[in-house]
Design a protein around this ligand. Structure first.
Ligand code: ADP
Ligand code: ZN
Length: 431
């Protein structure tokens, strides 16, 4: 039933014991091999020998994305360069890319994490997996590719884009599992309608969707549009990419590979650890990395943890869906909110499609939020000006109830908003 019988059903005490042992070694490795950590530990007077159990982790310093940037490219590399067999990097939309390095053992561990994840999601040997993440420096495609291949499934390395071709491959090779971002899944579902492809004529049964947030409402659209079960997959380049956590078919939180990545939730302001169940910033310490050991890495992703056996039988700790990133959080009129909260409101209306942009502007000294969202082709072709105005009014009221401030919503013509083949860019900040 499990990919890793030994690990996936461990009791909390057994897991904590294993984590403690691995943490001790990892901290020593980081201290001895990475100058950044040696200096940080010394500055706050922490001796790596004092770290004996996972409880001791709270005395260790945090690591941030800017620490990685300031030590670009090799500052965090803990092995001789000749031991590195693979480099990947984040998209680097806000500066230099953030690289990740793998030794032979790191790559093997990544494959194991990804195989475990694919298996938890429900992939088996007789599946045909179409990888529609972009094959590039970006980690997503390679991770999914390696994991599905290790299970013994058939892998089709399509990359993203060329949506008509994607659909042709799905038809001809009877693809059963689609791996892509949630927004690309929506783009594919829409193309199926354009091309007159009935979802029941495909063999697709499962979608593995990651690299960006997926609200329950968006998941509903994907499941309906493609006729599949949609599973959320989470990771970040700094930790190696996908392979950090994944949902099982219960869709009851993301099981974390906690024998590889030790999770904490901290208050993003005070950095104090928070108890299970409280919402805060997700922080990870790698437990088995050779090349890129990271201590208390701040992901900026907001969620909470849940312990206990899942209905699937696994005890691997779960985090809830990511609400957003601290750096995506919008503060309007003193109210904090995440674009995903607004998405939930918008997609609650059946007259609209999951294609929208949020625009932030200044009106005088105040911030102003406006949204353009497409309606369904059926609503657009049938509705009067009054009906469209009535719809936007209802949406604006619901948004105000939830968020507490006014948002200006306009419905726009179907297909007028650019489609995404990777991570969607949904917020345009013109302030
Ligand atoms: P970047 O976007 O900074 O270039 P990555 O490509 O490594 O970096 O993206 C990692 C980030 O993507 C995560 O920190 C998280 O914010 C987001 N992400 C990845 N998977 C998910 C998911 N399943 N749900 C929500 N957010 C996700
Ligand atoms: Zn489960």
């Amino acid at each position: 039933m499990f990919w890793d019988e030994e690990i996936e059903g461990l009791s909390c005490d057994e897991m904590t014991h294993i984590q403690g042992e691995k943490l001790r070694k990892q901290v020593k490795h980081a201290y001895e091999r990475i100058e950044f950590y040696r200096k940080r530990f010394d500055a706050i007077g922490v001796n790596p020998g004092e770290i004996k159990t996972v409880e001791d982790i709270s005395s260790l310093p945090f690591t941030t994305k800017s620490d990685l940037r300031n030590n670009y490219p090799y500052g965090f590399c803990a092995v001789p360069h000749s031991d590195i067999i693979r480099v990947h990097a984040s998209s680097g939309t806000t500066g230099k890319p953030t690289p990740v390095f793998h030794t032979k053992k790191d790559l093997e561990n990544w494959i194991n994490c990804m195989a475990r994840n694919c298996y938890i999601a429900g992939i088996r040997q007789d599946d045909v997996c179409q990888i529609a993440f972009r094959y590039a420096l970006f980690t997503g495609a390679f991770g999914h590719h390696l994991g599905a291949e290790r299970i013994g499934a058939t892998v089709i390395p399509m990359s993203s884009g060329q949506t008509e071709r994607q659909l042709m491959m799905m038809q001809d090779f009877k693809t059963t599992v689609l791996h892509c971002t949630p927004s690309y899944a929506i783009t594919i579902a829409e193309k199926m309608i354009d091309m007159g492809i009935d979802k029941r004529s495909l063999s697709l049964r499962l979608g593995i969707h990651g690299a960006e947030p997926m609200t329950e409402e968006l998941r509903g659209e994907i499941e309906e549009g493609l006729g599949i079960l949609s599973i959320g997959d989470y990771g970040l380049t700094e930790l190696g990419g996908p392979g950090v956590s994944i949902e099982c078919p219960e869709q009851a939180g993301y099981h974390i590979n906690e024998d590889y990545f030790f999770p904490e939730i901290v208050d993003p302001e005070t950095l104090k650890p928070l108890p299970d169940g409280e919402i805060g910033e997700l922080v990870f310490t790698t437990l088995q990395k050779e090349a890129l050991a990271l201590i208390r890495y701040r992901t900026r992703d907001i969620t909470h943890l849940e312990r206990g056996r899942c209905a699937c039988g696994r005890t691997l700790i779960r985090h809830k869906p990511i609400k957003g990133r601290t750096d995506d959080m919008l503060i309007i009129g003193g109210v904090n909110f995440f674009p995903s909260q607004l998405e939930s409101v918008l997609l609650g209306f059946e007259e609209v499609e999951p294609h929208y942009v949020i625009r932030l502007t200044k009106k005088g000294r105040l911030d102003h939020v406006s949204v353009d969202i497409e309606t369904t082709p059926a609503f657009w072709s049938k509705s009067s000006q009054d009906a469209r105005a009535g719809l936007t009014r209802k949406m604006e009221m619901r948004a105000k109830d939830l968020l507490g401030f006014r948002i200006e919503i306009s419905v726009v013509e179907p297909s007028s908003i650019p489609r995404s083949e990777g991570k969607a860019k949904r917020v345009i900040d013109n302030r």
